[in-house]
Design a protein around this ligand. Structure first.
Ligand SMILES: [Zn+2]
Length: 214
C-alpha cells in the first residue's frame, strides 16, 4: 500500500518523466545501458499520478552539444563554452527524427505538457527548467506555479544528467522534489552518478523508491 502521507500530497504533485526517447534507449545514438528497464516502473507511477509532464530533448542539426559540430573533437570530450564546460555527445534527439521520439512503450495517459529543451543551437539544456547557460528559462517553473503544483517527482534518463539537473533546478525554483531511484538510469562517467546523488541530497532532494508510492 502506498504511504498515506505520500498519496495525500499527489493532488498538488506532478510526475516529470525525463527524456525517455529512443536515442537514450538501447539501440539509440546515446543509449543509457538498460534504460528500457525503467519503463514499466515509470508506467506504474504514471498510472497513479493525476498529473504528468514529459520532457523531450529536441536539438537542431549542428547543435553545440554534438561532437560533430566541433572539428577535432570526439564524443565525451569536454570543451569550454561561454557558459562553462560542455560534454560533447554523439548526435542525438535531432528534431523530428525517430531518435527524438518518446518511446512507444511509455504509457503516460495523463501527460498534460511535453516540454522540449535544447532547441537553441548555441545552448544545451539538461534541465527541464533552466538551460545550460543558467540564464535561459524553459518556462516550466512558471507553468507549475500557475497550475498550483508544489511538488515534483522526477524519473527517467539519465540520472546523472537530465534527471539530476531537473531535480536540482526544481529545488532551486522552490518546489519539493523526490527522485524515484528505480525509475531512473544513469550514464555514469567518472563517478557522475554518485556525484549527482550527493549534489541532490545536499540540495534537499529526496531519494525514494517506487515502492514508497505504488
Ligand atoms: Zn541533448
Amino acid at each position: 500500500m502506498p504511504a498515506t502521507d505520500t498519496l495525500s500530497s499527489l493532488a498538488s504533485s506532478v510526475l516529470i518523466v525525463v527524456d525517455v526517447q529512443y536515442d537514450f534507449l538501447p539501440g539509440g545514438a546515446l543509449a543509457v545501458a538498460n534504460g528500457d528497464q525503467i519503463i514499466p516502473t515509470i508506467n506504474r507511477l504514471a498510472a497513479l499520478f493525476p498529473h504528468t509532464i514529459a520532457t523531450q530533448d529536441w536539438h537542431p542539426s549542428g547543435h553545440i552539444s554534438f561532437a560533430s559540430t566541433h572539428a577535432g573533437h570526439q564524443p565525451f570530450d569536454v570543451i569550454e563554452l561561454p557558459y562553462g564546460p560542455q560534454v560533447l555527445w554523439p548526435e542525438h534527439c535531432v528534431q523530428e527524427s525517430h531518435g527524438a521520439a518518446l518511446s512507444g512503450q511509455l504509457h503516460l495517459p495523463r501527460t498534460e505538457l511535453v516540454i522540449r529543451k535544447g532547441y537553441h543551437r548555441q545552448i544545451d539544456s539538461y534541465s527541464a527548467f533552466m538551460e545550460a547557460d543558467r540564464r535561459t528559462p524553459t518556462g516550466l517553473a512558471g507553468y507549475l506555479r500557475e497550475r498550483g503544483f508544489t511538488d515534483c517527482y522526477v524519473c527517467g534518463l539519465a540520472t546523472d544528467f537530465c534527471v539530476a539537473w531537473t531535480a536540482l533546478d526544481a529545488r532551486q525554483a522552490g518546489f519539493g522534489v523526490c527522485v524515484v531511484e528505480d525509475a531512473c538510469k544513469g550514464i555514469d562517467m567518472n563517478g557522475s552518478v554518485a556525484k549527482a546523488w550527493a549534489d541532490m541530497a545536499a540540495a534537499g532532494v529526496r531519494r525514494i523508491h517506487s515502492c514508497e508510492i505504488c
